[in-house]
Design a protein around this ligand. Structure first.
Ligand code: FVH
Length: 300
């Protein structure tokens, strides 16, 4: 059986933190018979008044539906909640953030218990869930038949993007995007620290930062093309030798302003390392060439 917009399948949700509660509300609003369970029972009370059935235990919650959705803190909490549950014949969708290895191990764990398994990575905050136009979506990977069977249900709170049958790939996509986000946050934090105490208001720098980061967004596609072709020298607009020289100005400015360079120096160091490893070969390169250093043995 596959989802239809007419038939609303019963489902179970384990975990009613900020994200789980937001998800629950969208499924209830869409008319899904929903059974919920949360370790701290009080968090289920508001949802009960909105139509959710509250289970007294994880086993009872799992027994109530064939589709079980998990939205817990981390992978360890899944084990704590479900290690003793009978998962035979169940479809398990894990919206808990984890690593790729945790996703793969959890898939093997679920399959050994007779369940189909889909791992996921939520690209949204709770406020974006069920909000039209907010851009929320979820990466899914693992059992394609499970994904296709429940796609309509899974798309109620946020758009769904299936990224393959390797159950680790949803987490890998999720963490790749989150890691890029933190790099961006680091650069923005450094920029605001530089102007602190000067006669420049953060609110005046803000639109300039947004505009500049938007213009520099070309690096995303540029790096992808160069990593695919392994061509780091053709068509370079800002070469590595110039960027390494300019990085000295960034570090001296940080020192003049009394700001620690700790958030930006790792990337500047990586560019310098790439250049110094073979100046003749790398001086004219695009900075994307430095990415190749990160996977070297002994670095991680
Ligand atoms: N909130 C966000 O902005 C992000 C957006 C992207 C995705 N993340 C991930 O979503 C998972 C859940 O996040 P959350 O926001 O709901 O998190 P909390 O509000 O902290 O709720 C955590 C729930 O997990 C339960 N829990 C924790 N440990 C255990 C355990 N050992 N046994 C049973 N349940 C456990 C907790 O229960 P309680 O504290 O209420 O009793 C909550 O239900 C998460 O992976 C994010 O990374 C959210």
């Amino acid at each position: 059986m596959t989802d239809t917009h007419v038939t609303k399948r019963p489902m179970t949700l384990l975990g009613l933190g900020d994200m789980g509660t937001a998800l629950a509300r969208t499924w209830l609003a869409a008319g899904h018979p929903l059974t919920v369970w949360n370790r701290t029972a009080a968090k289920a009370e508001a949802l009960a008044s909105e139509g959710a059935r509250v289970a007294a235990s994880p086993a009872e919650a799992v027994g109530a539906s064939d589709l079980i959705v998990l939205c817990l803190l981390d992978d360890a909490s899944i084990g704590a909640v479900l290690d003793a549950a009978d998962l035979t014949g169940k479809d398990l969708v894990n919206l808990t953030t984890g690593t790729p290895a945790e996703g793969r191990a959890r898939a093997a764990w679920a399959e050994a218990r007779g369940a189909r398994f889909l791992d996921a990575g939520i690209m949204a905050t709770p406020a974006m869930i069920g909000a039209p136009g907010a851009g929320a979506y979820v990466f899914y990977s693992g059992s394609r038949p499970l994904f296709e069977a429940h796609r309509g249900t899974l798309e109620v709170p946020a758009a769904a993007r299936f990224v393959g049958e390797d159950p680790g790939h949803a987490a890998l996509h999720d963490v790749a995007l989150l890691s890029a986000m933190y790099g961006l946050f680091a650069g923005i934090s450094h920029a605001y620290a530089l102007i602190e105490g000067e006669d420049i208001a953060p609110k005046d720098l803000a639109p300039l930062l947004s505009e500049w980061l938007g213009a520099m967004g070309f690096f995303v596609g540029n790096a992808a093309e160069r990593l695919t072709s392994r061509e780091f020298t053709g068509g370079v607009v800002s070469n590595l030798a110039m960027q390494v020289a300019a990085s000295g100005t960034l570090l001296r400015t940080a020192a003049e302003q009394g700001v620690s360079p700790e958030l930006i120096s790792p990337y500047l160091d990586l560019m310098r390392e790439r250049l110094e490893s073979d100046p003749a070969a790398h001086a004219g390169e695009d900075t994307a060439g430095a990415i190749t250093l990160l996977r070297r043995p002994g670095r991680s």
